[in-house]
Design a protein around this ligand. Structure first.
Ligand SMILES: *Cc1c(COP(=O)(O)O)cnc(C)c1O
Length: 437
């Protein structure tokens, strides 16, 4: 029997089923019962991720203790609109320090001159860039979805809100990168206003200089979306998009960057920065959340002070995990004898029943990650791959020496067919061993 949920009767059958389950379990809607239910959910979630889980999900992280201490929830509840010195609200002057530190530190760290940090997500940061450089009816060129092109690059996402046409850049699955030979003629044919590179799965860097050259020929703005790579870019590892030729860099502040939730736009060009800033305010935000800017500033300062250490650890741990997974019998994606130069690893899960079912089985074993499209897959295959990121386990204290144990737990679930529930105690034990160091 299918009953429809009250929360979202238009959601998919799979979502309906879960929504109905949760709705049925609600004990009451009085404030006391609601508070109790919320607290229980938060506590259970915290122990699952902070004590027990092995989190390999590539798009997340944990705040450093210092950054956590700078999160200001009381400030988040206060509206703040406009520039310091001309705030709509009177009396917010103390917070001006946060509003200056965050953009200055972020701009410096990413090798830009100006940073826009008031947007709540990278999706909105991308919309701000599209809206600044493309008019309704214009075209943008982005990476194909199966090559890690994000929803916020594609027709179902924010480009549609700006009324843009989206075309896929030519891509070479064999080298896991843009097809640079075909790029110039492709851009001449489609004449996009914005070219977007950078993806949700990035094992190898792009040739930013080559894309910039082709973009210049058609007068396009080159946007490098470093949502996932920001923590590495901050350390001048992997690649340096603004130095190599990107006009604009966007990123999520909470993925490998390891800060509070949010989005950022960075550029070296004062004129571009001014135009983007005006799109953002008053175009896209009125009041914004100043309560996360302190934590963002502290995160950026810590990344600057720690040099390449954290990023290098993320990459060496990813390379060790890729090798361990390969040795355990997984089909690990790679090119030219290399599995990855970033903190990402991709496993082809075609033999394992596909990325999403495999990720669900690992979840039952206390190992959390996601499916991902792979450039060589057929559109009908769903998400063919598993995507892994090492940015969180490194912060939690895992080292390359721990990766064979992680690969073995994954192998027991996905290759040996062991019941996830019987693997879970060993996954928890590994996590707690690392916690105890
Ligand atoms: C995650 C991601 C985004 C969106 O980030 P949000 O901050 O969640 O909006 C944008 N682009 C890419 C490539 C991403 O992977």
């Amino acid at each position: 029997m299918t009953t429809s949920s009250r929360t979202a009767p238009w959601a998919s059958p799979k979502a309906q089923q879960r929504l109905c389950e949760v709705e049925a379990a609600i004990g009451g809607l009085d404030p006391e019962t609601v508070l109790k239910a919320v607290r229980e959910a938060l506590d259970a979630h915290a122990s699952q991720f902070d004590d027990d889980g092995i989190v390999l999900y590539a798009g997340t992280n944990v705040l450093s203790p210092a950054a956590r201490s700078a999160v200001a929830t009381a400030v988040s509840n206060r509206p703040s609109m406009g520039w310091p010195g001309e705030k709509y609200q009177v009396g917010l002057d103390h917070l001006d320090t946060l509003e200056v530190l965050a953009p200055l530190l972020v701009a410096d760290l990413m090798e830009g001159s100006y940073a826009e940090v008031r947007l709540q997500s990278a999706t909105l940061a991308n919309l701000a860039v599209y809206s600044t450089f493309a008019e309704p009816g214009d075209t943008i060129a982005v990476l194909p979805e199966a090559a890690g092109g994000h929803t916020s690059h594609h027709a179902q996402g924010v480009p549609a809100i700006r009324g843009l046409t989206v075309v896929d850049l030519p891509y070479d699955p064999d080298v896991l990168d843009i097809d640079y030979d075909r790029l110039p003629s492709f851009l001449r044919e489609h004449r996009p206003k914005v070219v977007v590179i950078g993806a949700s799965l990035m094992l190898f860097p792009h040739d930013v200089g080559a894309v910039r050259e082709a973009a210049d020929e058609v007068g396009a703005t080159l946007l490098y979306d470093a949502s996932h790579m920001a923590g590495l870019v901050a350390a001048k590892q992997f690649q340096r998009p603004l130095v190599e030729g990107a006009h604009v860099l966007t990123f999520s502040t909470y993925k490998s960057f390891g800060g509070p939730s949010g989005g950022a736009v960075v550029t070296r060009d004062a004129e571009l920065a001014a135009r983007i800033s005006t799109t953002v305010y008053p175009g896209m935000v009125a009041n914004y959340d100043a309560g996360r800017l302190g934590a963002l500033a502290v995160t950026a300062a810590e990344l600057a002070a720690s040099g390449p250490g954290y990023a290098t650890d993320c990459v060496t741990t990813a390379q060790a995990l890729a090798l361990a997974l390969d040795e355990r019998g997984f089909d690990v994606a790679g090119h030219d004898g290399e599995f990855t130069r970033s903190h990402h690893v991709a496993v082809d899960a075609a033999r394992l029943g596909g990325g999403e079912p495999a990720a669900a089985r690992l979840g039952s074993a206390g190992i959390y990650l996601s499916g991902i499209g792979l450039p060589w897959q057929h559109p009908s295959e769903g998400l063919r791959g598993l995507r892994i990121g090492t940015q969180e386990i490194v912060r939690r204290g895992f080292t390359p020496d721990d990766t064979p144990a992680v690969a073995d737990l994954m192998g027991r679930v996905l290759l040996d067919g062991e019941a996830p529930e019987s693997v879970r105690p060993d996954a928890v034990a590994l996590r707690r061993r690392v916690n105890g160091r």
